[in-house]
Design a protein around this ligand. Structure first.
Ligand code: LLP
Length: 444
């Protein structure tokens, strides 16, 4: 509890800046998202609940399409996937990036055209590759040398699979060490500096079952500046030019991955998507002209920036404890539905919902209900002094990498996902129940 932390706290009109655009204040401390009061959602669907604003997802997809009219925008399913999400993304004209047979099957069985899907993964299992070939995935992004022969063999003598190569361009960017993937000291991709990428290209070109459509890179996640993307793009264009010089082919596609940073709390920096689009386009045109290369079709893979700001996590307060200097506000979820604070030290801005708090604001730490002290959702946040059991707390920017990283810890069960749109709420993913735990556990 420090004054410095307090002075960082949001206040005034900016307070709702990280909430879905549809969010409206209601009397007595209420908030509606997508036209539905959050208190009504808690009453009808119970808590914890993740409230996903369909309009916000669609609007974010449209902003990408508007900013990148000549590029393929692939939604990175790892941020959050459900059948409804698949449909919205498809209807808004995006493609999809998946990284497992599970994500791929869910998307295709929900009706997503497989040719508009790209499969990633640093270690693809036989099941992943089997699903990719069976379902006719559009591109497989090769991430290690051993995949080349494996995919070629699995395709069989009469087939042909489009592939890309994931290149490590040697650019360090991203909001945390664990999500920086652009340099050689991490597990993803094939290196530009040690020649791994060049060697993979050569071997792929020697496989008649594989059609190399282009290069891919993903330098990291939660990046808030354009510059690292430009540096990476220059290096990728350089490699494309060397491939043209060596093999006489101009690769038609360049996928620059995702990683576009968003604000979790008011005032935090955000990647400017319009600036990114403009400067990538300009740099690509300039680099290709200088190298005498045909301009490849650009692809990008945003996950967090599409799903993150579109959802709000809704919790019920179960206990409030005053210990020495601290006030702990314990809710009915925690690190099993949101491991991000524990993993990356991310800070959130929870808010009391459904009643106007009385008394002066106090500095509190919102914790989960799991059996470890590190189960903290939001440290040192401002809440009304009279916060008490039964209150509702909502945490904005909950749409990406929370439920998709949710665990079964303590058999608390994963929360329900509720879509809100134009005043109506509907259940998308049901809450995990005791019966689910029992039915999976078939030994004795
Ligand atoms: N493309 C590839 C190949 C990726 O690996 C990722 C994210 C993306 C696209 C989408 O990145 P985004 O636009 O969502 O930043 N669990 C971490 C983030 C891990 C990102 C993994 N890869 C977190 O909660 O911050």
């Amino acid at each position: 509890m420090t004054i410095a932390v307090l002075s960082e706290m949001p206040s005034g009109a900016g307070e709702l800046s990280v909430w879905p655009a549809s969010t409206t204040p209601l009397p007595h401390g209420g908030l509606a998202v997508g036209g539905v009061p959050l208190t009504e959602i808690a009453d009808r669907f119970d808590t914890p609940a993740y409230v996903l604003d369909e309009g916000e997802v669609r609007e974010r997809c449209r902003s990408y399409r508007d900013a990148f009219p000549d590029a393929d925008v692939l939604y990175a399913a790892k941020a959050f996937l459900s059948r409804a999400m698949v449909r919205w993304v498809q209807e808004e004209g995006l493609g999809l990036d998946v990284c497992s047979a599970g994500e791929l099957e869910l998307a295709v069985t929900a009706g997503f055209p497989p040719e508009r899907i790209v499969l990633h993964g640093n270690a693809k299992s036989p099941r992943d590759l089997e699903a990719a070939l069976r379902l006719g995935v559009g591109r497989i992004v090769i991430d290690s040398p051993s995949e080349i022969a494996r995919i070629a063999a699995a395709v069989g003598p009469d087939g042909r699979q489009k592939v890309m190569v994931r290149v490590v361009p040697g650019v360090s960017a991203g909001g945390h060490d664990k999500i920086r993937t652009g340099t050689d000291d991490q597990k993803f991709g094939l290196s530009l500096t040690d020649g791994g990428a060049q060697h993979a290209v050569k071997r792929i070109l020697g496989q008649p079952q594989l059609e190399l459509t282009g290069l891919h890179c993903h330098i990291g996640s939660q990046i808030t500046e354009v510059k690292p993307y430009l540096v990476a793009l220059r290096r990728m264009v350089g490699l494309m030019a060397r491939i043209r010089d060596t093999y006489g082919i101009s690769l038609p596609e360049l996928d620059m991955g995702g990683g576009h940073g968003i604000a979790y709390r008011p005032g935090e920096p955000v990647l400017d998507i319009t600036a990114l689009a403009r400067r990538l386009r300009t740099e690509l045109a300039r680099g290709c002209a200088a190298a005498g290369l045909a301009v490849p079709r650009l692809a990008i893979e945003p996950g967090r920036a599409v799903a993150g700001p579109a959802a709000v996590a809704l919790y019920r307060v179960l206990a409030v404890k005053h210990t020495g200097e601290r006030v702990f506000v314990a809710v009915d979820g925690g690190m099993s539905d949101n491991p991000r604070p524990a993993l990356y030290g991310v800070r959130y801005a929870p808010r009391l919902i459904g009643r106007a708090g009385a008394g002066a604001p106090c500095t509190a730490t919102v914790v989960g209900r799991h059996c470890e002290a590190g189960d903290i959702l939001a440290a040192d946040v401002e809440l009304p002094e009279d916060v008490r059991p039964g209150d509702l707390l909502a945490v904005p920017v909950a749409g990406a990498y929370q439920l998709s990283m949710a665990s079964g810890y303590n058999l608390v069960g994963r929360p329900a996902v509720i879509a809100v749109h134009e005043g109506a709420a509907r259940l998308l993913v049901r809450r995990e129940t005791l019966e689910d735990f029992r039915s999976r556990d078939i030994g004795d």
